[in-house]
Design a protein around this ligand. Structure first.
Ligand code: PLP
Length: 361
């Protein structure tokens, strides 16, 4: 027997979530965002499962994009941060990777490298996120420099608060002002905008987290309310059971002390598996599908859960679901993330390489 922890990737749920994104996209085409190893779900697995139904894939990592081409993927690939240095450009050309250009310095590098005039590029406009992108003057300069020297240009912007109170209209207004008189195709919506603002799609949308079954705004609407299903389940087993007398503690730092006799289970899952170290006592967990809570500090390879209120038969060998699906029960990653003070994106991306991954259809 090997260590009982595993991540189970539910590809039927992935395709279900994609269908929801497709429905919200209307006539817009979809970049399925698969950066960061498909948000920790496994790039090859996710790409294989979506290749028949998506319009393209968007990611950050050049070596992973090349790997997809070498595996035979023929769909468009969008590189969300473009390129960082000139020596990457031959691979962009060879593998038909579409760079997102976001600063004027990149334009000269692109042209000096002999970019083929048939290959498309994206131009990223900064409409308020203030990370990457051209301002109005920069866009004009870029378009003058690129005229006739590249293929189809698409204008893209990224929303800063599509999941929050400011929404998207303030950025769309800036976008329209910056691009008056230009009729290139455009790409706007991330998951939050796709689900909240039908007018903020553009010609191409870029859903990420919703494909993986996370809500982009869990405090407003849960994944279930959005019709999304969890794709990743992180589960392990109880490998030891302890009885804690009143006044005893479990785990490093003795951060938790039993106020009565407690039965606790020790689960083979810790922060070296990607479970968040900062999870406080009380973080939700399912044990044999029944709700429970973590106790004490998370260790590198283990964490403790409360069994006191559960039937006596729940013990060694019991299944602990850290997030995802347990039979007909679901513990949303969003709920765990909220208890920990983070977002589901971070939980998914943190899944450690030592955790074996099983795919189910
Ligand atoms: C990551 C990313 C997305 C996807 O965002 P989600 O919130 O996961 O839907 C879209 N566009 C860009 C530019 C990104 O970097």
């Amino acid at each position: 027997m090997s260590r009982p922890i595993r991540a189970i990737i539910d590809l039927a749920a992935l395709r279900h979530n994609f269908a929801i994104a497709r429905r919200h996209a209307g006539t817009a085409r979809l970049w399925s965002v698969v950066k960061a190893n498909a948000y920790g779900h496994g790039l090859e697995l996710i790409v294989q499962s979506l290749a028949e139904i998506t319009d393209g894939f968007a990611l950050i990592e050049l070596e992973r994009a090349v790997q997809l081409r070498k595996a035979g993927l023929d769909l468009p690939i969008l590189m969300l941060e473009g390129f960082y240095a000139a020596d990457e450009l031959p691979l962009f050309v060879e593998h038909r990777l579409i760079p997102v250009l976001h600063k004027i310095e990149q334009i000269q590098v692109l042209l000096d490298a002999g970019w083929p005039s048939t290959l498309p590029v994206y131009l990223k406009l900064d409409t308020g996120m203030h990370r990457l992108g051209f301002d109005a003057a920069g866009l004009k300069a870029a378009q003058v420099a690129l005229a006739g020297k590249v293929g189809q240009q698409t204008l893209m912007t990224h929303f800063a608060d599509a999941d929050g109170p400011r929404g998207v209209d303030w950025q769309l207004e800036r976008f329209c002002a910056m691009t008056a008189g230009i009729d290139d195709p455009c790409s706007f919506a991330n998951s939050a905008a796709l689900l909240r603002y039908p007018h903020a799609r553009g010609d191409w949308v870029r859903p990420g987290i919703m494909l993986y079954g996370g809500s982009p705004f869990p405090q407003m609407k849960s994944a279930a309310e959005l019709g999304l299903q969890p794709v990743m389940t992180l589960q392990s087993e109880i490998i030891a059971v302890q009885t804690l007398a009143t006044g005893e503690s479990a785990g490093y730092g003795c951060t938790f002390t039993a106020d009565r006799t407690l039965r606790i289970g020790v689960v083979a899952c810790g922060y070296a598996d990607g479970y968040p170290c900062q999870a406080p006592t009380g973080t939700p967990v399912l044990v044999d599908g029944l709700r429970s809570r973590t106790l004490g500090r998370v260790s590198m390879d283990k964490l403790c859960v409360d069994l006191t209120h559960l039937p006596e038969k729940v013990g060694i060998g019991g299944t602990a679901t850290l997030w995802g699906r347990a039979g007909d029960k679901v513990l949303p990653a969003d709920e765990v993330a909220t208890a920990v003070g983070t977002i589901s994106y971070e939980l998914f991306c943190a899944l450690a390489p030592r955790v074996p991954v099983d795919a189910i259809n």
